[in-house]
Design a protein around this ligand. Sequence first.
Ligand code: IMP
Length: 190
Amino acid sequence: MKEIVFATNNKHKLEEIRRILGAAYNVLGLHDIGCDDDIPETADTLEGNAAIKARWVKEKYGYDCFADDTGLEVDALGGRPGVYSARYAGPAHDSAANVALLLKNLAGVENRRARFRTVIALVRGDDMTLVDGTVEGVITRSLHGDNGFGYDPVFMPEGHDVTFAEMDAEAKNAISHRGRATEKLRMLLD
Ligand code: IMP
């Protein structure tokens, strides 16, 4: 069985990718390789941060590796919060505060267009490949739904009249940024 590291400690993300990639790959998380480094996410693009994480693991631990980074890009805010989505309202990574700040900054704004974008960097040997996945949508004017996480209660994907937080996980994954990027990763790894 081939071994590959996913540069995350998020159990939910690890379980999801193991299900998608099936038996062909043994997907290890950062804990599994004894890495508890605080990998710096200092780039100002999603591509840059995903690449830093994947290269870090390859260079320090020797494993082939992939890493992801996701952002919410809001047109009326010039693409913000983008790469800063997790810490939009401050370093605490507080989702409720992030959502509240987003709604405040969009108060009275008619153009609500936005997209989630996930970038995955795959490093194998000396090669790096980048793939991405996006889902277009709009930012609602108030919160709807309790499922999911992050900005889900205020993101309504195009072609739907409910937010991500009103969808079950399966329906969200079928159209989501992460689902689409992961599908491209699966094809690369086949
Ligand atoms: P990460 O790169 O997966 O850690 O995502 C960065 C930030 O983007 C998260 O902290 C969330 O605020 C936001 N985010 C990422 N994916 C989603 C999603 O599927 N729904 C809502 N918010 C998300």
